[in-house]
Design a protein around this ligand. Structure first.
Ligand SMILES: Cc1cc2nc3c(=O)[nH]c(=O)nc-3n(C[C@H](O)[C@H](O)[C@H](O)COP(=O)(O)O)c2cc1C
Length: 262
C-alpha cells in the first residue's frame, strides 16, 4: 500500500546539512500546530516546547550536545521538555492539598511514572513535528545528546524541578548531495515485531539479523564473525563511549531531582 503520508514516512531520513534559508513564520506555525494535535495522555499536554532562537544558545548546544557543530547552523531548533511542572503548579493553584485533607486522601508529588508519561507525551509531539516538517519539504534530526550535561542545560533553559529535556530537534531545508541522501537500512521485521509475547533472540538469529550489513561491509568474514564485529563496533562507538557514560550520569541527575523529598 502506498499513499502520500506513507511516502513521506518511507523517504524521510535525518538531515544534518541545511540550506541557510530560514523557515517562514507560516511553516513554523504549521509545524507547531501539528505538534499540539498529537495524542497526549489524559489530554494534559505534559510537555513544553522551547524554540531556541538565540544563536548564542544554539552555539552552546553545539558544544554541550557532544560537539555537533551542525546544531549551530540549523535554521530552527526545538527543545522538547517532558513537563509535569505546569500541571502540578495548576493543581497547587487549585488548592488540591486542602481538598485532599477534606477527602482523606494523601497528596503526592510527581514521581517516576509521571516522568515516563510526560516523556511519552513530549516524544510523540516531537515525532509529529518531524513528519509535519517533512511533508513541507523541511528536514530534521534528533539530538539525543541533550540528555547530557543536566546541570548546564537546566540553567541554560531555566528548567524547573518537574521537567526534563527529553529531546532536541533541529530543522532546516536539506542541503545534501543526492548520494549522501540515502535512506538508512533497518533490521527486518521478524527481529523486532513479535506476536503476543516478547521473544529473546538466539545466536543464530543475531547472525541472520546482521546478514545484509555483513554481506555489504564484511564480505571476507564469516557471517558469525561479521555479526560479532558489528556488535563490538557498536558497543565501543556507542555503549561505552564517553557521551553515553555522561548521558547516564546526567539522566540520573534529572530523575533524582524529580524524586527530591520536600
Ligand atoms: C533518540 C534519538 C537520538 C538521536 N541523536 C542523534 C544525535 O545526537 N546526532 C545525530 O546526528 N543524529 C541523532 N539521531 C539520528 C539517528 O542517528 C538516525 O535517526 C539514525 O541513524 C537512522 O537514520 P535516519 O533517521 O536517516 O533514518 C538520533 C535519533 C534518535 C531517534
Amino acid at each position: 500500500m502506498v499513499n502520500e503520508t506513507l511516502k513521506i514516512i518511507e523517504n524521510r531520513r535525518s538531515i544534518r546539512k541545511y540550506s541557510p534559508t530560514p523557515l517562514t513564520a507560516d511553516e513554523k506555525q504549521t509545524i507547531l500546530h501539528a505538534a499540539l494535535r498529537a495524542p497526549t495522555a489524559g489530554n494534559m499536554m505534559l510537555y513544553s516546547i522551547i524554540e531556541v532562537e538565540d544563536q548564542a544558545l544554539k552555539d552552546r548546544l553545539a558544544v554541550t550536545c557532544d560537539d555537533q557543530p551542525f546544531i549551530a547552523s540549523a535554521p530552527w531548533v526545538l527543545l522538547f521538555v517532558a513537563d509535569y511542572q505546569r500541571f502540578f503548579d495548576f493543581y497547587t493553584f487549585s488548592d488540591v492539598e486542602s481538598a485532599c485533607t477534606e477527602k482523606g486522601i494523601t497528596p503526592r508529588r510527581p514521581a517516576d511514572g509521571d516522568l515516563l508519561l510526560a516523556s511519552c507525551d513530549a516524544l510523540i509531539a516531537a515525532q509529529t513535528t518531524v513528519i509535519a516538517a517533512e511533508s513541507l519539504g523541511i528536514g530534521s534530526c534528533y539530538i539525543g545528546d541533550i540528555l547530557e550535561n543536566a546541570e548546564i542545560h537546566r540553567e541554560m533553559f531555566n528548567l524547573p524541578q518537574y521537567t526534563l529535556p527529553i529531546t532536541l530537534l533541529v530543522f532546516g531545508r536539506p542541503f545534501v548531495a543526492k548520494e549522501e541522501n540515502r535512506v538508512t537500512p533497518r533490521y527486518d521485521q521478524q527481529f523486532v515485531v513479535f506476536k503476543n509475547k516478547y521473544h529473546r533472540l538466539s545466536s543464530e538469529e543475531f547472525v541472520k539479523m546482521n546478514e545484509p550489513t555483513a554481506a555489504h561491509s564484511y564480505p571476507n568474514l564469516t557471517r558469525e564473525e561479521a555479526a560479532k564485529t558489528i556488535a563490538q563496533n557498536n558497543y565501543f562507538r556507542k555503549f561505552v563511549a564517553d557521551f553515553s557514560i555522561e548521558m547516564n550520569r546526567s539522566s540520573r541527575v534529572w530523575i533524582d531531582a524529580w524524586n527530591k523529598p520536600h
